[in-house]
Design a protein around this ligand. Sequence first.
Ligand code: HEM
Length: 565
Amino acid sequence: MIFTSLIAEHDQLLKTRTGPVPFRGHISTVNMLRTCVSNIGWRMGRPHREGLRRVTDRGDDVHRPASTSSTVMGHGTKPKTIDDLPGPSFPTSLYWLFVKGYFQTTQQMQIEHSKIYGPLWKSKYGPLVVVNVATADLIEQVLRQEGRHPVRTDMPHWRTYRELRNQAHGPLTEMGAKWQRIRSILNPRMLKPKHVSSYSNTINEVVTDFIHRVAWLRETSGHGLMVHDVTTELYKFAFEGICSVLFETRMGCMNEDVPEETEKFILSVGEMFQLSQIVIIFPKSVWPYLPFWKRFVASWDYLFKVAERLVQKKIEELQEKVDLDQNVEGAYLTHLLLSEQMTVTEILGSITELLLAGVDTTSNTISWSLYHLAKEPEIQEQLYQEVIKVCPGDKIPTSDDTSHMPYLKAVIRETLRLYPVVPGNARLTVENEIVVGDHLFPKKTLFHLCHYAVSYDKNIFPEPHAFLPQRWLRGSEEKAKQHPFGSVPFGFGIRACLGRRVAELEMYLLLSRLIKHYEVRPDPTGATVQPITRTLLCPAKPINLQFVDRGAGPQESRAAAQHQQ
Ligand code: HEM
């Protein structure tokens, strides 16, 4: 019986993980300061061979982009190499990070450095050399040459944790053919439109509860109007949302008293991301002696512990149904368990990574959307008009409805341009030497793709600092001229975001209903909030907003309540 063997495997797993945890660190030459690289925790790309011509004059495979404008190498021209690139030395990098204070605003450092060094430069972090790429053309060239198994950095701190605890890698941390196998199993029910739209009702239930929570927060602690620190509230929404999709389980995050486990899970995600960019500064050999290494490990422990409890619960539920001869159907995790393509350990590795990827990403994005909509009432009104036109009266938007809301999508698109959750992505060339611009780079070159800098390139996005959703509308003059690699917030190709479709569905349903229900107004103190980078881009301080009921509110509340029953 499948579940009996799964439970046996799970028990065995628990046994192997008890007792003292050995540290198997060893001195690594490349674990010096990698602060910029810590922003590269998330990578993108796809193997794309069109437009590339293969040359074998050096005996190796070399991919040369054939038609992009930045490529100036002609026949017989000796390519420049990494040695010819300008860029800050190791001490200069340290100076920028810790004296000039860019450690938490590395996204802004991309812009400053590209002004000084041009679109392609190298940064040194001890023995590690990173090639920074800061135009849409050059980013396209890197991504189109990434090979069959695109690789991010080796992420030694995340991988070391898994070795320590004997845990499996998930899609975020796995590499090579093993990564490809995991993605082929996880992809269909995360990315295929028919599966994703089937999560619509479940997510809408969470949205309904969030709308009620906003009302409750306003009444209890906001003098009837204000919700303080909207982002923290949205973390709860996002955790509840992803849990409902993966486990078909409600976690109680929208209750007046949020369960301790949920609060702790969300804090652990934040702490893990924050400590990631500190741990990576130090050589691996000293990690066990760092006070925050213990906290880093403890954060991961907690993430895995919660995921394990939820997986275990689902296994028991399914076993019970099988014992009672009942039909065992269900959504994401049920499908993974039933399909028997992965072991429980592998499922746990993937589920933990999906959970952690699902919390800070959508929530930060919605926070910034609301922040701008509050500041720009005309844009908010245009969105409101679109939502009530597609869903008049009590009608609750569904996945199908959002496909008739281009302005809603443009608002999210523009938010992700101004605040890309992953401000700097990366690629490590593993399969071939590649040509980028007029430079030839050897295998194992680490490219840092400066998406944040490119998102603010005024040649691609006129008035780059303005929040202008209309630039994303089909038919607009600007849209027609946009570079396809100007803003790629979910990445590109086979290593692109696994949760993209679910994230978009969550954001569309939540934002459309919040705006239908409430008029959002800014913090009357006039506070402005800037982004910082803690591996992911997030607000530097709490975003406080006022939520004013619109006329249609009570009906929608009733419809929402009925919908929930
Ligand atoms: C606004 C929301 C989100 C944004 C902007 C975003 C962005 C990204 C980006 C840029 C990457 C890197 C892609 C690459 O390396 O090529 C990524 C990877 C990933 N994302 Fe998301 N993400 C979001 C939400 C989510 C959600 C909700 C989930 C989980 C359901 C998720 C799961 C993942 C996973 C598992 C990966 C690793 C994929 C791989 O390496 O194969 N993401 N995301």
